[in-house]
Write a protein that binds this ligand. Structure first.
Ligand code: DX5
Ligand code: ZN
Length: 223
C-alpha cells in the first residue's frame, strides 16, 4: 500500500474519447496502463457543457475493473449521488462551489460506501477545505475552468497543489492529490514535483489514437 501511494496514478478522461465506442475506448486505456477511469459528468448548468449520466456509466462499468473516478460537475449534486454510486462510481468527486452544504455531500458519498473527493475550480482557494480535508479520500485541483477538454494548464494552480500537498503531509493522511486540465507529457513532471500523485489527462492521451495510448500514459507517469 505504501508503494501504491508513492506511485503516480494516471486517470484518462474519457471526455476526449470517441463517444461512439466508449466501451472499446475504456478497454483500450485499461490495457494501455490506466490506473483509473476518469468520467466527467456535466449538467449544462454548473458548467457550460453536457455529457452523460448514470445509465451510461452503468453500461461502461463492465468494460474495466479499474476504479471509476467520477467527477461530478453538476448542481445540485446530492440528489444524484446514489444513482452514480449504484451505476458503478468508485470515487465520487463533487465541487464545493456547486452547493452550500458540501460537508453533507461528503457524508452522503461515504454513507454510500464510496470514496469521496473535492474538486476546486481555479479561482477557489485551498482553504475552503480546511474543515473537511480529513474526511476526503481525494482532492482534485482543476487546472482549467471545468467544462471542456483541450484547454491550457493554468500555471498558478501549481501553488495550490503545493499548499495542499503540504497540508496533507502535515495531517499524515493518504489523501490523493489529483490534477485535472491541460496535463500533458510536457508538464506532467512539474505537476508531480508540485505534489500531485494522480493526473487526469484527456486530449493528450486520446489524440494519440489507440496505438499511442500506452506511450502517452507512460510519458505522463515519467517513465
Ligand atoms: C474538464 C474536465 C477534464 C478534462 C480534461 O472539465 O474535468 O477532466 O476532460 O481534459 P484535458 O486533459 O484535455 O484538459
Ligand atoms: Zn474531470
Amino acid at each position: 500500500m505504501a508503494d501504491f501511494m508513492s506511485e503516480i496514478l494516471i486517470s484518462p478522461s474519457i471526455l476526449s474519447a470517441d463517444f461512439a465506442c466508449l466501451g472499446e475506448e475504456i478497454r483500450a486505456i485499461d490495457a494501455a496502463g490506466a490506473d483509473m477511469i476518469h468520467v466527467d459528468v456535466m449538467d449544462g448548468h454548473f458548467v457550460p457543457n453536457l455529457t452523460l449520466g448514470p445509465p451510461i456509466l452503468a453500461k461502461l462499468k463492465p468494460h474495466s475493473n479499474k476504479p471509476f473516478d467520477v467527477h461530478l460537475m453538476i448542481s445540485p449534486v446530492d440528489q444524484w449521488l446514489e444513482q452514480f454510486a449504484d451505476a458503478g462510481a468508485d470515487i465520487i468527486t463533487a465541487h464545493p462551489e456547486a452547493g452550500p452544504h458540501f460537508h453533507r455531500t461528503i457524508q452522503a458519498i461515504k454513507a454510500l460506501g464510496k470514496k469521496a473527493g473535492a474538486a476546486l475550480n481555479p479561482h477557489t482557494p485551498p482553504d475552503v477545505l480546511d474543515y473537511v480535508i480529513e474526511e476526503l479520500d481525494l482532492i482534485l485541483v482543476m487546472s482549467v475552468n471545468p467544462g471542456f477538454g483541450g484547454q491550457s494548464f493554468i500555471e498558478n494552480q501549481l501553488h495550490k497543489i503545493e499548499a495542499l500537498r503540504k497540508r496533507v503531509d502535515q495531517l499524515g493522511t493518504n489523501t490523493i492529490i489529483e490534477v485535472d486540465g491541460g496535463v500533458t507529457p510536457a508538464n506532467a513532471q512539474t505537476v508531480i514535483d508540485a505534489g500531485a500523485n494522480a493526473l487526469v489527462s484527456g486530449s493528450a492521451i486520446f489524440k494519440a489514437g489507440p496505438q499511442g495510448y500506452a506511450e502517452v500514459i507512460s510519458a505522463l507517469r515519467g517513465r
